[in-house]
Design a protein around this ligand. Structure first.
Ligand code: DDH
Length: 290
């Protein structure tokens, strides 16, 4: 006879670690994608789910997973993120008790850790919401803009200059796709391993405008195989931003510490947790000892 448990299933840390392990396994299995990993696009999904937060109105943020719906999924900034959402669909089927909103953020944490980044403490508590919660277009950064735009966009989420620079180190990972954003190319030579290379390359390479028909972007003079967005270049042109680029270029441990702190907060923006900060868990990665 089947034993039917009483009451709703209350998943525990071990259950979420199993979801983590399933995402990590799928990352390893699907090394045919892009530069060999879905990790970067999974991280971008988690960031674009979270980065819509507006501290004044309390709207947006990772609670809701409203990018599943057309208005938000079709925003220009979200072009290509369907690849990440589709990648996670079999995981959602296997663990139907997890909300899409919790799953997307857990996958972002997993992507960072599996690309050898720092551990990012995590707590569940996000609930999926309907399309009436979709945020208006224009809340995510526009790569063609200047320092004022960066401070306005990230200030709206509650982040300062140091935090903007720390978050931007994520561009050590992944690449731009001409058929998604219009921009093209990777920022670093190892786009599936998180390091402070983004900052080092910004400072150490010579950058020039790329001559092409696409949107204005920079290429490195030496190899012409790396890129920087106009908003990336702002981080060394603006004095206040630049001091942090210099710090992180010199000290990978400091970058990892500040990156973990600020990503943790990004991923929790606007989430009505019923648990305290002490309820955060740290998932074991493939690199941790058993
Ligand atoms: Fe980014 N990003 N991002 N980014 N981002 C792109 C790709 C990736 C901006 C624009 C772009 C962050 C901040 C900014 C990642 C993570 C993060 C692309 C290319 C554009 C354009 C998309 C495509 O063509 O596929 C701008 C502008 C900003 C800013 O103003 C600061 C932040 C804060 C993060 C983060 O994760 C914390 C990642 C990862 C990618 C690579 C995606 C991929 O598919 O590969």
């Amino acid at each position: 006879k089947e034993i039917i448990p009483k009451g709703p299933f209350t998943p525990k840390f071990e259950d979420y670690q199993q979801v983590y392990n399933a995402v990590a396994k799928a990352l390893e299995e699907h090394d045919e994608y892009d530069d060999g990993s879905y990790g970067p696009v999974l991280l971008r999904l988690a960031w674009h789910a979270s980065g819509t937060y507006d501290k004044e109105t309390g709207t947006g943020g990772s609670n809701g997973a409203t990018m599943r719906f057309a208005p938000e999924g079709d925003h220009g900034a979200n072009a290509g993120l369907k690849a990440a959402r589709d990648f996670l669909e079999p995981i959602k089927e296997k663990f139907p008790w997890i909300s899409y909103s919790d799953l997307w953020i857990l996958a972002g944490v997993c992507a960072i850790q599996e690309m050898q980044g720092p551990h990012i403490p995590y707590r569940p508590g996000r609930a999926d919401r309907d399309l009436s919660f979709c945020t208006p277009d224009g809340r995510l950064p526009d790569a063609s803009k200047e320092h004022k735009h960066l401070r306005a966009i990230f200030g709206r989420m509650g982040f300062n200059d140091q935090e903007i620079v720390a978050l931007s180190g994520a561009h050590a990972l992944g690449r731009c796709h001409a058929d998604r954003s219009g921009y093209d190319g990777p920022w670093t030579f190892s786009p599936t391993t998180l390091t402070n290379d983004f900052y080092k390359l910004l400072l150490e390479e010579k950058w020039q405008w790329k001559k092409w028909n696409g949107p204005k972007q920079f290429e490195d003079v030496k190899t012409k195989s790396l890129m920087m967005l106009p908003t990336d270049m702002v981080l060394i042109k603006d004095k206040s931003f630049r001091q942090y680029v210099e710090k992180y270029a010199k000290d990978n441990d400091l970058f990892f510490k500040d990156f973990a702190d600020v990503v943790l907060r990004l991923f929790e923006l606007g989430v009505p947790f019923t648990t305290g900060e002490d309820a955060r868990w740290t998932f074991k990665s493939s690199f941790d000892e058993a």
